[in-house]
Write a protein that binds this ligand. Structure first.
Ligand SMILES: [Fe+2]
Length: 400
């Protein structure tokens, strides 16, 4: 796990009560204000307006934010609505505002970097690092591959791994020492492991009395893991310890690529799969975990946020009757696309390979293998996306 940077305790004295680096090369060239807000003009032409309530609520001073915890202590509900009495730009480009609320007055200061980073005006540039880059079988030529030592020992290696997970949604580590505990060492470089009913980690081997399809030598269709959980794990890590069997090649597909192609080719199927729930269930002697959710999830702007597809965890189809046939048809269309070789990337994991992928985007599967022909031993575990994003922000903080 990333350690807190103890070498830089001074960062606790951030003028904005925020440890994130928020510098900007841009300059504020004009300031106007009235009682209800402040308008800034920047040297690149951007105009940002900030409402008086928003500014007062975001005051970073030690009376409004806890000076050590940096968390908000100001409770706007306990104060009369403020108005702006004065707004000035100091020589160091700190915006100083005096608020008046009944008999109270309050002085707040905001750095230009913080204002630039938090502007909410309509034309504000949105910083969206690591936009997903969709792929099909051509990922063979641009699969991010990182050396284990670089990942474990350098910021650049760690950053490359995180960016691979966030953009391509898949990244391969090579040269991982072939010791069983190594999987967790790799995971904990990012953060705590996300446990499930299969434990903190699990061993993918062929078992005599399996409680899951993964623990057989069967081929596994492309799927996402733990589709039966309300929030399936975000990132899956699969570490290959032994791979001498005939067969067992891994296969991956970018579910976002397939879903976007489905949206373009068959809007009706896309709409059904993104609005109508499917039930998913896993049960054995110790648990019975189920949920209902769409195969394709989108956000309020229609952007893809999650693929949830796993045939052996699929429960009974949810009605109404008039949707049963269209749902089977839509599912078959999506599933048929997943079987199209143009979307599929086969990869034989070799001992020392550790592949990680976004389980809410990239589907994985494997070819059947002959368990009597040799050994096959993989270990898997999961991480939360929040911890991946946090690790990236910590890197940015250190590099600022
Ligand atoms: Fe799986």
């Amino acid at each position: 796990m990333l350690a807190v940077d103890k070498k830089h305790p001074a960062s606790r004295e951030s003028p904005m009560a925020d440890l994130a680096p928020m510098q900007t090369a841009r300059t504020i060239i004009a300031l106007e204000h009235d009682a209800q807000g402040v308008a800034l003009r920047w040297d690149d032409g951007l105009r940002s307006r900030f409402h008086v309530l928003w500014l007062r609520d975001n005051c970073p001073c030690p009376q409004c934010r806890h000076p050590q915890a940096l968390e908000r202590t100001f409770m706007f509900i306990d104060h009369t609505a403020p108005s702006i009495r004065s707004a000035t730009l100091r020589a160091d480009e700190v915006l100083e505002i005096e608020f008046r609320a009944g008999d109270e007055s309050h002085l707040s200061r905001y750095t230009k970097g913080w204002l630039r980073a938090h502007g909410y005006s309509e034309n504000e540039p949105r910083d969206r690092p690591c936009t997903p880059q969709l792929w099909d079988a051509d990922i063979a030529y641009r699969l991010p591959c990182i050396d284990y030592t670089d990942y474990m020992q350098t910021n650049a290696g760690l950053r490359a791994w995180i960016e691979g997970v966030k953009t391509q949604g898949i990244v391969l580590l090579r040269g991982v020492p072939q010791q069983p505990g190594q999987l967790l060492e790799v995971a904990r470089r990012i953060g705590p492991v996300r446990a499930s009913n299969f434990g903190e980690h699990y061993d993918v081997v062929s078992m005599p009395n399996p409680n899951a399809s993964a623990y057989t030598s069967m081929g596994l269709e492309l799927h996402t893991d733990l589709a039966n959980w309300r929030a399936p794990p975000d990132v899956q890590l699969l570490f290959c310890l032994k791979s001498s069997v005939m067969g067992g090649e891994s296969v991956f597909a970018d579910g976002f690529r397939v879903a976007e192609d489905l949206r373009a080719a068959d809007q009706e199927a896309f709409n059904l799969l993104s609005t109508h729930d499917i039930e998913y269930r896993f049960h054995d002697d110790t648990c019975d975990i189920r949920t209902s959710a769409p195969v394709i999830e989108v956000d309020r702007e229609g952007r893809l946020t999650r693929i949830r597809f796993n045939n052996w965890l699929r429960g009974v189809m949810i009605g109404p009757e008039k949707l049963i046939e269209p749902m089977y048809k839509a599912l078959a269309t999506f599933w048929g696309m997943l079987r199209n070789p143009k979307y599929r990337r086969e990869l034989r994991l070799e001992p020392g390979h550790l592949i990680a992928y976004n389980n809410n985007r990239v589907l994985h599967g494997r070819a059947p293998f002959d368990a009597s022909s040799g050994e096959r031993h993989l270990q898997g575990c999961y991480l939360n996306q929040e911890d991946v994003d946090s690790a990236l922000r910590l890197l940015e903080r250190r590099q600022a």
